[in-house]
Design a protein around this ligand. Structure first.
Ligand code: CP
Ligand code: NVA
Length: 323
C-alpha cells in the first residue's frame, strides 16, 4: 500500500476511537472495529513483507508482564513494538515487587508513569481487570484463565486469508471450553462465522460467554451449535480448531483430563466428516498424540504456522490502534 493510503487508513482509525482503550476481551470490540483491526493487520503484514518502514509508535514503550510461559506472545509483541518504532520490556511477575505482595493498584499507577501500554499474561482475569482499573494506559490481555483476545484476532485473520471470507464459514472447535475457545467463539460470532462447539461433559464453555455469544449471534446472523458430540460439531466444517486438554495452571488435573477428553482427539477419523477443503488450526503449543494426531497437525490442511505468524500482524494492528 502506498504511504498516502496508509496515512488515510490511520486517519480513519482515529474516528473509531481506539486510542487509550484496553484490550481485555475480544467482545469489547464490535464488528466494525474488528473488521478495521483485521484490515490493519493484513495491511501491516503486506507492508512488512515489502520492506516498508512504518513507525507510528516511535518513542513508545510497552511493558510486558508474564506470570506464565510464552513463546509466540512474548516474541511477537516484542518484535511488533520494534517494527512499529517503539520498544518492549519483558518483566517476570514474580521478579517484580508484585511477586512480594505490592498492591496491584500501586503497581498500575507507577507503571503508568513510565510506560505507554502494558501487555500482561497471568492466571486470574479479574487481576487484569483490576490492573486496568488503576492504570491510566492501555492494558492488553496476553492470556488469562478466561480469555486470549489477541489470539482470536490472529485466528480470524488466518481464516480470512485462507478462505477469502468469514461470513458463512463453518468453524468447529473441539475440546476444552477454555480461554482460547471463549475468545475464538466471541470473535467468530461477531464476524458472522457459524460456530460449532464440541466439548466434553464438565468442560463446556462458561455460561456468561455462551450467553454473550448468543446475543452477538442475533446481531450478526451467525449460528451457534453447542454439543458434547464431536462428530456433530465437525460435520461439513470448513475449519477445525482445537487446543490443549490441560491449560497452564491446570496441570494437577492432567490425568483426569486425558481420560475425559479421549474421544475428542482431532484425528483422521474425525476430520473425514469435515468439508474436503477444511483448514486445521491450533493456537500452539500442541501435544501431538493428545488433542491432535501428528498426521492432522502436520498434514497439508494445517495452517498453524501462518496462524502463529499472524499473532505478529494482528497485535501490531492492536498496538497501532490503542497505544
Ligand atoms: N498461542 C500462544 O499464546 O502461544 P504462547 O503460549 O507461546 O505465547
Ligand atoms: N489454553 C492454553 C493456551 C496457551 C497459549 C493455556 O491456557 O495454557
Amino acid at each position: 500500500m502506498a504511504p498516502a493510503k496508509i496515512l488515510e487508513h490511520y486517519q480513519n482509525m482515529q474516528s473509531l476511537n481506539f486510542k487509550g482503550r484496553d484490550v481485555l476481551r475480544i467482545d469489547e470490540f464490535n464488528k466494525q472495529e474488528l473488521v478495521y483491526l483485521l484490515n490493519s493487520a493484513i495491511q501491516l503484514k503486506q507492508m512488512q513483507k515489502s520492506g516498508l518502514i512504518f513507525e507510528p509508535l516511535k518513542g513508545k514503550t510497552l511493558g510486558m508482564i508474564f506470570d506464565k510461559a510464552s513463546t509466540r506472545t512474548r516474541v511477537s509483541f516484542e518484535v511488533g513494538m520494534y517494527q512499529l518504532g517503539g520498544m518492549a520490556m519483558f518483566m517476570s511477575g514474580k521478579e517484580l515487587q508484585l511477586g512480594r505482595g505490592e498492591p496491584i493498584s500501586d503497581t498500575a499507577k507507577v507503571l503508568s508513569r513510565y510506560l505507554d501500554a502494558i501487555m500482561i499474561r497471568t492466571f486470574s482475569h479479574s487481576y487484569v481487570e483490576e490492573l486496568a482499573e488503576h492504570a491510566s494506559i492501555p492494558i492488553i490481555n496476553g492470556l488469562t484463565d478466561r480469555f486470549h483476545p489477541c489470539q482470536a484476532l490472529a485466528d480470524m485473520q488466518t481464516i480470512l486469508e485462507h478462505k477469502g471470507t468469514l461470513e458463512g464459514v463453518k468453524l468447529a472447535y473441539i475440546g476444552d471450553g477454555n480461554n482460547v475457545a471463549t475468545s475464538l467463539v466471541l470473535a467468530a460470532i461477531t464476524l458472522g462465522v457459524d460456530v460449532r462447539l464440541g466439548t466434553p461433559v464438565g468442560y463446556e464453555m462458561e455460561q456468561e460467554v455462551v450467553d454473550k455469544a448468543k446475543q452477538l449471534a442475533e446481531l450478526s446472523g451467525a449460528t451457534l451449535l453447542i454439543t458434547n458430540d464431536p462428530q456433530a460439531a465437525v460435520k461439513d466444517a470448513d475449519v477445525i480448531y482445537t487446543d490443549v486438554w490441560t491449560s497452564m495452571g491446570f496441570e494437577a488435573e492432567n490425568e483426569v483430563r486425558l481420560q475425559a477428553f479421549a474421544d475428542y482427539q482431532v484425528n483422521e477419523e474425525l476430520i473425514s466428516l469435515a468439508d474436503p477443503e477444511y483448514l486445521f488450526m491450533h493456537c500452539l503449543p500442541a501435544h501431538r498424540g493428545e488433542e491432535v494426531t501428528a498426521g492432522v497437525i502436520d498434514g497439508e490442511h494445517s495452517v498453524i504456522i501462518d496462524q502463529a505468524e499472524n499473532r505478529l500482524h494482528a497485535q501490531k494492528a492492536i498496538l497501532a490502534a490503542v497505544v
